[in-house]
Every structure is written in structure tokens, then in C-alpha cells.
Write a protein that binds this ligand. Structure first.
Ligand code: 3HC
Length: 670
């Protein structure tokens, strides 16, 4: 096998080049090649400096995650990084793309770093439940200070080259298209400079205030996760202990995290997210349909949010409404949302204007005739949707993709009213559609493979994580939400309080519990609006105008700042319903809440898989992580069930008399 590492001589400069597509991950062969090349450079008396650079789209994007959990092949990455740093001749990292994780650590082991303007540098290990384990936590604070090291390691977001230069992590920004030559020129400038700057020989100044402030600022973001605290502890250690001691501590913490459930869950999600984009029976090289303009029907909250995704990605949008007033309001809301983003500094003013200029608001339905993809986002009513698709069939151009944003309804029934069911697909965005990362792509019985492939690609372009679902009521996510809701309501009648159920869910790691969610979304959603027809606690709340946060009253009472407190009135209503339904009372334990509201979701997920309504268990996990805020460190419901042990989940379900899905019982979920 040829090595992914080769060397080139440019006079006195040895250039070490990695070519390990797709992202130059630092697998065993790369590490061995690097070790050999550095040895060669050090041993050769005619070499005065070395440059390390990568071919393809990026500098090393990190350790090879697929090797994790397998026996280590020597040399380990820390050894390679130490060896680079120990070189008696200057070594320069030449960075393009993203120098991430182990890639960043290789760069920090180098004595100098040059980068193109578009490059980014970062240590995203924390997002895999880990920490930089090749000296990153010890070298970063020594080069860039505690604050920057904390930002990079504990939050894990990459830093653009310019900012990295200001932080001292990049020595020079070179030409976007002349990295190879500029790095060699830089090497010639520094080849004779002594002493050679080595990060491990520098000191990291303690900064307890920065650490305390950082922890406080990010407390919410870090809630429930193990890795951020470990990253922080390692950075602090760098300011207190000699380098070798810090490295030993880093190693110990890295191994601890690596063996834990959280990192396993987070690594599972990394691959699950990428796997979700693949459709088992649609070849990867399927020719995609060009999408140059998107049409959106409905300028309400959903339609507006959906439009923003495309506008932000530079794809023009035609948005259609029935009434001028609704159209104006929708357009104004889109502008307002963009301007709010700009005010927070997350968007430039020119970008706001460019996005708005790409929007064509109109009352003319026929204008959709020039769109390559048309997404219907009107309210959930089959007749209305069928009427729209019948009309679309007459005006959409041949080959245009016709999508519905329905969150429950049958795509096949919608497709059946067109003469082109092969072009019809579901695109279920989650609210707020411009923020939530999940997109359920609903595959109808007749949806064409190239339609699916096109929509999956487009999802990536608009920065969504797309998951394919089959035609089943509520698709993957909302279908699994149903048993949770049913059980939560029953538990109220049997003796639990909304506070207890929500507390258990929040302690589990969900952003909020079922009743907090109902109050946020609106208790009146889905209500029949007949004050004389009160069939359950929720109807009773809705009939009294307790519609949730917007009315400062729902399952909780709220003050002006929307802080919740338990509601005595709700307790009364629950008591009335307990009496009215003659429900036997018992002490509901937290464990029972988990079993009845979370295990039932796992069970539903297993049924969805058995019915072929999701391609794989990891897709179900992706839906819950990106659509409903399931804690990433538990890896999604199906992964969590495996961690809990299928037997425990089955026993928990059977204890309460639930029929258990076949695949869950036999432990054969895939
Ligand atoms: N190891 C193994 N495979 C990797 C990988 C890695 N570090 N990074 C990406 N890949 C694979 C992906 O799984 C994907 O495979 P597929 O095509 O078979 O699905 C392929 O490379 C392309 O990846 P993306 O689809 O994500 O490509 P993008 O261009 O969208 O993104 C990227 C590129 C920004 C580099 C992104 O892949 C990424 O964020 N990668 C992970 C970076 C990371 O977490 N690095 C730290 C690793 S841990 C570490 O270094 C430990 C050390 O401290 C000891």
C-alpha cells in the first residue's frame, strides 16, 4: 500500500505532503508517514526547515474517529506531535480548509503556522464528548492564553484564520491560492532563527477570573455534558503544572471520557448524522435536478421560516399568499428576523439586503411556474392541500419538485391528485424553520429516486440535517411524541404533577418537559374550540383561556418575564378530572415517568423501524436530537435504549402492560 504521506525537496526545504481523502484524518498510515518524514528531515544535513501541508479540501481534520475503540496502532498521535516539536529544524504548518482536533494539535506541535485567509482552526473534540488528547489542552493556553484555549476546547467552535492570527495561533496569513509557495518562502525566512519556538517551553499564565467568567457564561450550554468540564480542568492544569504533568493529566482525562457513555453517544451521532444523508436504494451518483428557484406557498410563520433557509443560502424564493396583508406581514417578518440577526452581529447588513433582494413576494399563484421546487406550507387540512396540489399540477414546469410541509398528513393522498406523483415529496421542517436543524423528508410510494437525492442534497446546502421517513401518521418524530403525550396525561390523572413530569424530563437532559412544551407551543393548538366539549385536562385548560405562555397561564402560571410557577388552579382542574374519571391514585415515581414516557417512545421507534418507516435506528436518533432537543450525550432514544440495556427497557414496558415491539424484545433493532 502506498503511503498517504510523500515528501518533496525544494532546495533546503523539505515539504511533507499528506494526501488522505476526504479530510486527511490522521489515521495510522498518516501518522507513520509523518513520523518517517520528520525523521528523514532531521537526519538529512541538507534540510534546513520543513513544511507540512495537505492535498485536497483540507488540512488534517483530526484523528481518525473510525479508529476509536480499536487497538492502538503505533505511533500514537501525541508521539508524532512531540516528535515534530522536538525537531532540531523549524517545522511550519501550512494550513488550508479546517485544521481540527488532532490536525490543530499537529499544527501546534509545529514551530510556526501559516494559513490561507479562508482557513479555520479549532478543537471540536468536545462535540464528540472528548478533549484534545495530543497535547492541545496544554499547548493552546501556552500559545494563545487561557481565554482562547477555553473557547476553543470547551466550546469546540473553529476560529477563522484572522482571529486565530490575532490570538497568536497563526504567524502569517498567506495568499489564498499560493499556500504551497508562500509556506516555503516563510520557511526560508525562519530557517536559521534560534531558539526554535516550542509551545511546550512556554508558560501559561493563570487566569482564574477568565475561567470563572467562562464557566458562568456557558453554564446552560454545558448542562449535563461531562466533556466541557474536563476540557476546562485540563486548560487550568496547564497554568498550574509543568508541561509533562499537564500532558499526563490530559491523557488520563482523555481516556476517561473515551471510555464513557457520553462520548460513545456523541460519536454515534457524528456518524449517524452523515449516514442519514444516504438512502439505501438510491445510488450516490444519481443525477440531481437543478434547483435555481424555490417557491413557497404560505407566508405565515412556517412559510416565512422555510423561505429564509433558501434565501440565506443564496437561492431565490418566490413566496405566494392569498391576501396582500398576509403577504406584507410575512415579508416584513422575514426582514425583521434578518435584521435581528444582523443586530446581534451574526450577519452583515449587505447580507440582509442580498437575502431580501432574492425574495419575490406575490399574490400571483402562476408565478410558481418558474420554480424548480415548490413547498406548500399552509395549514394542516387535507382538502386544502389537495386543492393546492391539483392547481400546482397545472402550472408547475415539467420536472419541478412539489413538496408539502405537512407534519402528519399522508403524502400519497396528496400526490394522488396530481398527474406526477413521482415528483411529490414531503419536506417537514420544524418550527422555527429557519433555526431548527432537522428536516424530515417524506418518501411517498411513488416519489422518484432523483427527487429524493435532490432534496437530500439541498438540505445540506441549507444546513439542515435531513432524515428520510415513510408515510405514517406523524412520520418519525411526531409519531413517537404521541405515546409520550398520552402517558404524560394519564400520569397526571394517576397522581403525578406537571412539575414532576417536566422535572424528570429536564433532569434527563431534554430542554423542557411535555407540559412546558405545551405551554410554549400553545395549549390551544389542535383544540376543537368548542367550550362545551371538554374531554380532558388539556381541553379544560384551553376552555378557560389557559393557552400557555402567550396568555401567561397554561399548565403553569407565568409572570411578565415568562417565569413559570406551579398553578393552584391547574392543580384544582387536575383534581376535578381525577374525581370525574374515578382514576385510582398512586405515588408516581420518577422511574415510572421514565418508563412510561420515554421507554414508550423507544418502543414506538422500534415499531417505526419494523414497518420500514425509517431506514435505520440511527436515523430515529438524529430526528430526536435535531428536532426535539434530545440530549446529544444520550445519543438519541434508540442508542440510549441500547445503553440502558434492551432487557431493562422491555421489563420496564412490560411492568406497565405495554405490548412490546418484536425487535425490541429480541434485541434485533438495526
Ligand atoms: N475521522 C474519520 N472520518 C472523518 C473524520 C474524522 N476525523 N472527519 C470526517 N470524516 C468523514 C465523514 O464521516 C465523512 O464520511 P462519509 O463521506 O463516508 O460520510 C467524510 O469524512 C466527509 O465528512 P463531511 O461529510 O463531514 O464533510 P464536510 O466537508 O461537510 O466537513 C469537516 C468536513 C468539517 C472536517 C467535518 O467532517 C468534521 O467536522 N469532521 C470532524 C472533525 C473532528 O471532530 N475532529 C476531531 C477528531 S477527534 C481528535 O482529533 C482526537 C485528538 O485530539 C486525539
Amino acid at each position: 500500500m502506498t503511503s498517504p504521506i510523500r515528501t518533496e525537496r525544494h532546495g533546503e526545504v523539505l515539504v511533507i505532503i499528506s494526501d488522505n481523502p476526504p479530510v486527511n484524518a490522521l489515521g495510522a498510515a498518516v501518522r507513520q508517514g509523518l513520523e518517517g518524514a520528520i525523521k528523514e528531515g532531521v537526519a538529512d544535513a541538507t534540510v534546513e526547515a520543513m513544511v507540512i501541508r495537505c492535498e485536497g479540501r483540507t488540512f488534517f481534520a483530526g484523528a481518525d474517529i473510525t479508529e476509536f475503540g480499536k487497538p492502538m496502532v503505533e505511533p500514537g498521535l501525541p508521539t508524532v506531535v512531540d516528535m515534530i516539536e522536538a525537531s532540531t529544524k523549524p517545522v511550519i504548518a501550512a494550513i488550508h480548509g479546517t485544521a481540527l482536533g488532532g490536525g490543530c494539535e499537529v499544527a501546534l506541535g509545529c514551530h510556526y503556522r501559516v494559513a490561507v485567509p479562508s482557513a479555520k482552526i479549532g478543537t471540536p473534540e468536545v462535540k464528540l464528548g472528548l478533549l484534545p488528547g495530543a497535547g492541545g489542552t496544554q499547548r493552546l493556553p501556552r500559545i494563545a492564553g487561557v481565554r482562547v484555549a477555553l473557547e476553543l476546547t470547551a466550546k469546540g467552535d473553529p476560529m477563522p484564520a484572522k482571529k486565530a492570527q490575532e490570538a497568536g495561533l497563526i504567524d502569517r496569513i498567506v495568499g489564498e491560492d499560493s499556500l504551497a509557495a508562500d509556506a516555503i518562502a516563510f520557511a526560508r525566512e525562519v530557517k536559521a532563527k534560534r531558539p526554535i519556538p516550542r509551545a511546550s517551553e512556554r508558560e501559561a499564565k493563570p487566569d482564574p477570573e477568565a475561567v470563572a467568567a467562562f464557566q458562568k457564561e456557558n453554564a446552560r450550554r454545558f448542562r449535563g455534558f461531562d466533556a466541557p468540564a474536563a476540557n476546562i480542568a485540563c486548560v487550568v492544569k496547564a497554568t498550574e503544572a509543568p508541561f509533562a504533568e499537564g500532558i499526563a493529566f490530559e491523557r488520563q482525562e482523555f481516556m476517561r471520557l473515551m471510555m464513557g457513555n457520553q462520548s460513545a453517544a456523541q460519536r454515534h451521532i457524528f456518524f449517524a448524522e452523515r449516514q442519514a444523508a444516504k438512502i439505501d436504494d438510491v445510488p450516490a451518483d444519481t443525477v440531481r435536478r437543478p434547483i435555481n428557484r424555490v417557491g413557497v406557498i404560505g407566508a405565515g410563520t412556517m412559510g416565512g421560516g422555510i423561505s429564509m433557509n433558501f434565501l440565506s443560502a443564496g437561492i431565490p424564493v418566490t413566496i405566494v399568499e392569498m391576501q396582500q396583508e398576509a403577504l406584507d406581514l410575512g415579508t416584513a417578518t422575514i426582514r425583521k428576523n434578518y435584521e435581528a440577526t444582523a443586530a446581534k452581529g451574526r450577519m452583515k447588513h449587505e447580507q440582509v439586503e442580498a437575502a431580501m433582494a432574492a425574495l419575490t413576494p406575490t399574490l400571483d399563484f402562476d408565478a410558481l411556474g418558474e420554480c424548480d421546487l415548490i413547498i406548500e406550507a399552509v395549514y394542516e387540512n387535507m382538502e386544502v392541500k389537495q386543492e393546492i396540489f391539483t392547481r400546482l399540477d397545472t402550472i408547475a414546469k415539467p420536472g419541478a419538485i412539489l413538496a408539502s410541509n405537512t407534519s402528519y398528513l399522508n403524502i400519497d393522498e396528496i400526490a394522488a391528485c396530481t398527474a406526477r406523483p413521482q415528483d411529490v415529496v414531503g419536506m417537514h421542517f420544524f418550527s422555527p424553520a429557519n433555526v431548527m436543524k432537522l428536516l424530515e423528508v417524506v418518501r411517498g410510494a411513488k416519489t422518484a429516486p432523483d427527487v429524493l437525492a435532490t432534496v437530500m442534497d439541498l438540505a445540506k446546502k441549507i444546513r439542515k440535517v435531513a432524515v428520510v421517513a415513510g408515510v405514517t401518521y406523524g412520520f418519525i418524530g411526531n409519531r413517537m411524541l404521541m405515546p409520550r403525550q398520552v402517558e404524560a396525561n394519564k400520569l397526571l390523572l394517576e397522581g403525578a404533577t406537571p412539575e414532576q413530569i417536566d422535572r424528570v424530563h429536564v433532569a434527563f437532559g431534554m430542554p423542557m418537559g411535555p407540559f412546558q412544551m405545551a405551554d410554549l407551543a400553545g395549549v390551544d393548538i389542535g383544540w376543537h374550540r368548542d367550550p362545551n366539549r371538554i374531554e380532558n385536562i388539556r381541553d379544560a385548560l384551553a376552555a378557560e383561556g389557559r393557552w400557555g405562555q402567550k396568555k401567561q397561564a397554561g399548565f403553569y402560571d407565568y409572570d411578565e418575564k415568562r417565569n413559570p410557577t406551579p398553578s393552584p388552579r391547574v392543580a384544582e382542574i387536575i383534581d376535578e378530572w381525577r374525581a370525574k374519571t374515578d382514576t385510582p391514585q398512586h405515588d408516581v415515581t420518577d422511574e415510572e415517568i421514565i418508563e412510561r414516557t420515554l421507554y414508550t417512545m423507544v418502543n414506538e421507534g422500534a415499531l417505526i423501524l419494523e414497518e420500514g418507516m425509517a431506514q435505520r435506528a440511527s436515523d430515529v436518533d438524529v430526528v430526536w436530537i435535531y428536532g426535539y432537543g434530545w440530549p446529544v450525550y444520550r445519543g438519541g432514544p434508540m442508542f440510549w435504549a441500547k445503553t440502558e440495556g434492551y432487557e431493562k427497557v422491555v421489563a420496564g414496558l412490560e411492568k406497565h402492560g405495554f405490548p412490546v415491539a418484536r425487535s425490541l424484545k429480541s434485541g434485533t433493532i438495526k
